[in-house]
Design a protein. Structure first.
Length: 192
């Protein structure tokens, strides 16, 4: 019987060890499942981030291509001080937004003025056109001879005495706005 008792104790010890190993194995398995779930979630998040970064990169590349095409189309040469040179003059394109008066003041401080539009190719943003006593005139006091107003513009609403240009469906058009509105602008300086 002593031999059976020893065998029973050994069997019980072996069973206890196996039980502990099974518990450890199950804990390790649960940890691996949790880690796998976390990694799957991280992988999904990284895939979303990669998709957003790819979209952002495509947009940035398209913006660079558009700027390059604009420069090619208008024969603009970028100068070190931020001005661009073309056959028709020097242009400074703002990166901030101001009202019409402050935009014009910025141009005057640069020895220039808001751009005067003589062709569709020159259109981009705040322009040097204003309504004075019911007549649209350029800032050099010349009368408006060619215009690129959007349909229904100028609409004659009160206090909309300044002009802004905007691309609509790939076509640049003019709109009348209150002079206090904030937009980017272009300064133009004729070559000396």
């Amino acid at each position: 019987t002593h031999q059976y008792e020893n065998s029973a104790v050994t069997f019980n010890n072996t069973m206890s060890e196996l039980h502990l190993e099974i518990e450890t194995f199950l804990k390790d398995k649960d940890k691996l499942v949790n880690d796998n779930n976390k990694m799957t979630k991280q992988n999904q998040q990284l895939a979303e981030e990669e998709k957003l970064l790819s979209k952002h990169l495509r947009e940035m590349v398209q913006a660079v291509i558009s700027k390059f095409q604009f420069r090619l189309a208008t024969n603009l040469v970028l100068l070190p001080d931020g001005w661009m040179c073309s056959e028709s003059g020097l242009y400074y394109i703002s990166s901030e937004k101001k009202n019409w008066t402050d935009s014009r003041e910025d141009c005057l401080n640069r020895g220039a003025n808001l751009t005067i539009i003589n062709s569709k190719e020159e259109q981009v943003i705040w322009i040097g056109l204003t309504n004075m006593n019911g007549r649209w005139k350029w800032i050099d006091d010349s009368t408006l001879t060619s215009s690129f107003w959007a349909s229904g513009e100028p609409n004659g609403l009160t206090n909309k005495d300044c002009a802004v240009t905007s691309k609509n469906l790939g076509k640049s058009e003019w709109y009348d706005y209150p002079c206090s509105s904030a937009f980017k602008w272009i300064c133009e300086r004729k070559p000396s």
